[in-house]
Design a protein around this ligand. Sequence first.
Ligand SMILES: Nc1ncnc2c1ncn2[C@@H]1O[C@H](COP(=O)(O)OP(=O)(O)OP(=O)(O)O)[C@@H](O)[C@H]1O
Ligand SMILES: [Mg+2]
Length: 471
Amino acid sequence: MTNIFANNNKNGLTDNLIDALFPIFEQASAGAIAVDRDARITWINTSYSTLLGLTDGKAVIGRDVRGVIPHTRMPEVLASGQPLLLDIMEYKAQQLVVSRLPFFDDQGAVLGAIAFVLYDDLQPLTPLVSKYRRLHQDLVAARKALAKKSRGTRYRMGDFIGASPQVLEVKRRARIAAGRDMPVLVLGETGTGKEVLAQAIHAASLRAERPFVGVNLAAIPENLLEAEFFGVAPGAYTGADRRPREGKFQLANGGTLFLDEVGDMPLTLQAKLLRALQEGEIEPLGSNKIVPVDVRVIAATSRNLEEMIATGGFRSDLYYRLNVVEIPIPPLRVRLPDLGVLCEAIMEDLCASTGARGEITDGAIAALGSYDWPGNVRELRNVLERALTMGEDPGGVLDADAIFRVLPRSGGRIRSVMPAHTVQPLAQVLAQAEAEAIEAALLASRGNRSQAARLLGISRSALYEKLAKLS
Ligand SMILES: Nc1ncnc2c1ncn2[C@@H]1O[C@H](COP(=O)(O)OP(=O)(O)OP(=O)(O)O)[C@@H](O)[C@H]1O
Ligand SMILES: [Mg+2]
């Protein structure tokens, strides 16, 4: 066997030791192979050539080992001079447990490497290998989830659809905003894509790899807002968690804080928010410690903040602080030429899971243009979805009739979709009546949720809760 260690060292003791150990290893293994420093095979024993399915082991002497065993890691061992004591290697459909060792000349330079296949059958190791595989899969999934969570956004700039000059201007400003670490104020009616745009700006900014944390001011009861924003120190009030709770500011640290429906922020909190933004630090509830925070704020609202300032509902100093880059998104009714590209994108999305063709005729687009879209793009999406589910064409082609069947009549009256005189479970009837009442209130208020909540005689946060259940 000594011929495998060509130019062997002259140290008698090492030679003897190798001579004594080698046959033991060779016998205990299911195969052995040696390569020189250029990864060419210098020796292979019969059991390994049988395992590899070679008809003649000698025929591979002198060949690059990678050409014979594609997944070999011998070159790594040669390059690093480090052994790979235990590894699982794929060979055709088999998995081999292998051990690889380098060997050196007198000067310590790598002369070559030798590998032993420890088992030709992984049976005894099956539980270990399957556990390893499961853990590996879990790790990959966890990394993916973490990356998604830390980015926290679903939308990119390309997801904000539209080709009209108005939309191009929105996107131009959004790109400018993305490139500068400044506060942004996104204005627009309900369903115009304020959240889509806010996420897109974050995703295109230098903070893209950091968190995007959204907080909806209208959806959270007023008495909980401060804790939600600034967090709570341990034991801050009776019944509070012993552990501290992080607020949205801390969660967004390093990233973007999205203040949705900022016009619905109570005046007391406006003062605290202004201070936090000016100082770059916050004080968690019930603590006397100041915590530094670094967030970029993107605020959005469907309300007229300047009018609110005039009537004392919004602080002007906070308004100027938030409104460094202002991006007004025009309502859909003033950019009807966007209907075509919007429908195309929405239909593609809606039909992606069903495999339907998802086409829309020019007549259908003209029909959509006859409506004034108080709920904007969100409403357009809902209308297309309803038209597809109620449509008669199994291939998912929408024509003008399919649209008119589901389009609410302008003026806000909703046709009941409930067939008359059918008996249905009470819960279902009530839920449907509630959904219709909400839709009618939103239409009547042109999507202004505060006003819709007032019309319905419920609180804004209750309306948000119901809307979340409906969507
Ligand atoms: N320009 C757009 N391109 C593509 N999708 C859009 C666009 N605008 C809105 N949408 C879609 O409409 C829906 C509502 O968008 P988003 O939540 O961003 O609206 P919003 O302005 O925040 O509304 P609200 O004021 O009611 O919260 C989403 O499903 C979104 O995908
Ligand atoms: Mg929104």
